[in-house]
Design a protein around this ligand. Structure first.
Ligand code: 13P
Ligand code: 13P
Ligand code: MG
Ligand code: MG
Length: 365
């Protein structure tokens, strides 16, 4: 049977500050989704959180970019925002950039990862969600999962994976897309995806069959809004096993934390720390950035799960390393490379200061 898996997220209000989501907001969202499930619009649904971001995980048979599903998500975020305002939570409705729904949540503030596929005899899927970081943060993990044999041994020894994968990369500033075939074109591809602020991996496909393997949210809030309103806090769906990497190969990149853009005021580089859902509570300097990973077995579209995959003890050392990296980065205070370079700060909190001082600059003689 054909199933669509839609993960749509937005920050509709934080508790306390930007550190967490209030359980009443998640419960309210679940209520909205349950109603749609009862009416037959959804096969299954779960509302959850990553830090201060409300996550809607939905299965249905309406395909990607469907009006009804996107409207349901939008209305749920509006309902959540109303409650957040009533509770005086922080930054209520932060990620909703317009008042009126225009047919698709794309470009309206929420982040979106969706894919439609024929459900296999057994269909394990992983859903990654991050807080305090930007779209593009999945570039390196996806590269490792689908193109790096040091991460994914299946690329070498599994005949079903040996021909490789196709990456669809989006230029989020110029609104263009390009496909790269791995492994033949990895050097070309790395020129672009090594710059995740501009180029983000949107989809990955199994080369031989064309089957969709992964979908990510690539919406850049600051580019949509023209100013800093909050971080993208992206999501990513990855199918596992068979012609795709094994669950453990998909989790492996998160065992080696790397620096991503985000953290305090969206203006810093910091380590992406793998955590449980319960520990997705950015605290120190509003961070460090967090990633959670929920595992499901789909059963005729029903979400059997979640298993809280990154809660596992095998990520303890990664958490420790991430905290050490956080310490090292914090030592730089307001200096680069902790603080983002000036071009990126253009979309964060700095433009007003630069504007105020621009007339005081004199020519050097
Ligand atoms: P305020 O200026 O509203 O305190 O927000 C700062 C902040 O949280 C940065 O995102
Ligand atoms: P969020 O994007 O998670 O709301 O974080 C905003 C921020 O500026 C934290 O300092
Ligand atoms: Mg927030
Ligand atoms: Mg957030």
């Amino acid at each position: 049977m054909k199933v669509t898996l839609s993960v749509i997220k937005a920050d509709v209000g934080g508790y306390v500050g930007h550190s967490e989501s209030h359980p009443d907001i998640i419960a309210k969202a679940q209520e909205c989704l349950n109603k749609a499930k009862k009416e037959g619009m959804l096969i299954d649904c779960q509302a959850t959180k990553c830090g201060d971001d409300l996550q809607l995980i939905m299965t249905h048979q309406k395909g990607t970019g469907n009006y009804d599903i996107h409207k349901l998500a939008w209305d749920t975020f509006i309902t959540g925002t109303e409650l957040a305002k009533k509770m005086k939570l922080y930054g209520a409705g932060q990620d909703l950039l317009t008042d009126a729904f225009s047919g698709n949540v794309k470009g309206m503030g929420p982040g979106l990862a969706e894919m439609e596929f024929e459900e296999r005899t057994s269909e394990p899927v992983l859903i990654f969600m991050a807080d305090k970081t930007s779209a593009g943060a999945w570039n390196m993990p996806l590269y490792k999962m689908f193109a790096d044999p040091f991460n994914t041994i299946g690329l070498v020894i599994a005949p079903s994976m040996h021909t490789g994968y196709v990456f669809e990369v989006h230029d989020v500033k110029e609104h263009k897309k390009i496909r790269f075939s791995a492994p033949e074109e990895i050097y070309d591809m790395l020129v672009f995806i090594g710059a995740p602020a501009r180029f983000a991996v949107k989809y990955v496909y199994h080369k031989e069959t064309g089957e969709i393997a992964s979908a990510s949210s690539t919406e850049r809030l600051s580019l949509l809004a023209g100013k800093y309103v909050g971080k993208d806090d992206p999501v990513c769906i990855v199918r596992a096993q068979g012609i795709f990497p094994a669950v453990g190969e998909i989790l492996e990149p998160f065992a080696s934390p790397v620096l991503v853009e985000g953290w305090m005021r969206g203006s810093h580089m910091g380590p992406l720390m793998p955590v449980s859902v319960a520990d997705s509570t950015p605290a120190r300097f509003d961070g460090p950035p967090r990633v959670i990973g929920l595992g499901y077995q789909l059963n005729n579209g029903m979400l059997v799960g979640p298993r809280d995959m990154l809660a596992d003890k095998s990520f303890n050392l990664a958490r420790h390393h991430a905290n050490e990296m956080a310490d090292m980065m914090r030592r730089h205070g307001p200096f680069e490379p902790h603080r983002l370079p000036l071009e990126e700060m253009e979309y964060t909190t700095m433009p007003e200061v630069m504007e105020k001082l621009k007339d005081r600059f004199e020519d050097l003689v």
